[in-house]
Write a protein that binds this ligand. Structure first.
Ligand SMILES: Nc1ncnc2c1ncn2[C@@H]1O[C@H](COP(=O)(O)OP(=O)(O)OP(=O)(O)O)[C@@H](O)[C@H]1O
Ligand SMILES: [Mg+2]
Length: 251
């Protein structure tokens, strides 16, 4: 579903990605972990076209998407959430979900009323019901509790009907009970929509609970890859975290 081959990206003198390679099979949930500054978010930025790599290739469903414009990548079927919540705070939950639908339809289809307002509204309501936001869909996004805003972000990412969903620390700021709930929610969403998911997360309980495999990054490339059990047993991984005095939360 997704493959990175030797992707490198420098910001000035800093190597954010240093020949990063990763292969994510269809239907899986892949954990992407690593110390702060390891390059995890940069991987998402490269895959979604927000950042152009200096070298290397990104393949999606076997075709190169390297260097494509972000809106084209969305239309191919890749969607993401952000480490810092990026919602239209004053717009309703419904409007927050409708906007990416319009964007993913593209200018021509939107002008021709491809989905139609009513159809779009129906689809957005269905999506919000599904993620458990049915009762609050007319409320401004900014008035929702934090945990619900995180869910709304995921609903919004689903609005463009992606095949690959990239989640950047969706459980940030949640307590262990909330983050377990979110983990189960992500697994349900994957099953319901037949998605492939890449999940950046510092909450190890979330990663351990739902990921098929975990890729551990350090200094812009892969330090370790294995099952959740193999990963927590790895001395290399432990060292990478302890060496930077950051231990995954709730490990
Ligand atoms: N647009 C940019 N311009 C300059 N430096 C950047 C840019 N984006 C990322 N970096 C740097 O690249 C490195 C990797 O950043 P990245 O955000 O990918 O790390 P991360 O693994 O997501 O970290 P965290 O766990 O803190 O979110 C960091 O040193 C960061 O400061
Ligand atoms: Mg990050």
């Amino acid at each position: 579903m997704l493959e990175l081959k030797g992707v490198s990206k420098r910001f000035g003198g800093l190597r954010a990605l240093d020949s990063m390679s990763m292969y994510v099979p269809e239907g899986s949930i892949r954990g992407l972990i690593g110390p702060n500054g390891a390059g995890k978010t940069t991987v998402f930025n490269v895959v979604t076209g927000a950042v152009r790599p200096d070298s290397g290739e990104v393949f999606f469903q076997g075709r190169s998407i390297t260097g494509l414009m972000p809106h084209r990548i969305v239309r191919r079927g890749i969607s993401r959430t952000f480490q810092n919540i990026r919602l239209f705070q004053r717009l309703s939950c419904l409007e927050n979900v409708c906007i990416p639908m319009l964007q993913s339809e593209g200018p021509v289809k939107s002008l021709m009323g491809f989905l139609g307002d009513r159809e779009r509204d129906r689809k957005a309501r269905g999506l919000l019901e599904l993620v458990g936001l049915g009762d609050v869909m007319d409320r401004p996004a900014g008035t929702l509790p934090y945990g619900l805003q995180r869910k709304l972000e995921i609903a919004r990412a689903l609005a463009s009907s992606p095949k690959l969903l990239l989640l950047d620390e969706p459980a940030a700021g949640m307590n262990p009970e909330e983050s377990r709930g979110l983990a189960d929610f992500i697994a349900r969403v994957r099953d319901r929509f037949g998605l492939t998911v890449v999940l950046i997360e510092h909450h190890m309980d979330v990663v351990m609970r739902i990921c098929d495999r975990i890729t551990v990054m350090n200094f812009g490339s892969v330090l370790f890859e294995g099952t959740p059990q193999e990963t927590v047993r790895s001395d290399l991984v432990l060292e990478a975290y302890l060496g930077r005095s950051r231990v995954p939360c709730h490990a």
